[in-house]
Design a protein around this ligand. Sequence first.
Ligand code: MG
Length: 142
Amino acid sequence: MAMSDTLTEAFNDQIGLEFASSHAYLQLAAYFADRSLTGFESWMRAQADEERVHGMKFFDFVLDRGRQVELGPIDAPSSVPASALEAFEIALAHEEKVTASIQRLMALAEAESDAASYSILQWFLTEQIEEEATVGEILGRL
Ligand code: MG
């Protein structure tokens, strides 16, 4: 079944959001590098890599569905944090934004009875629950 134009556009937007997530985590990695907090820096770098993998997973999905990938601009990261606590608050806010976006995509896929899209989005939703829990746990410790 061909993927609709609406879903294709929404998936293309999601690719951009995943790359923006990678960008945001890289900015936070730089913040921690600058303060020689190497453990936090490594954690942020690993997240940045993982977000790029997410972006590519959507990228490949759009291509596999026989639709065109159209990359847009990548949003700049939010302002540089004032503390480690704020860095993780930024990370959590960003993850919540991504989760909301995945849920909007799922509603769209469900409305269009696009099972293949719904299926891949379920994987992403599970991933988001993990991400939010991990960031939330670190925030709790901080
Ligand atoms: Mg992601």
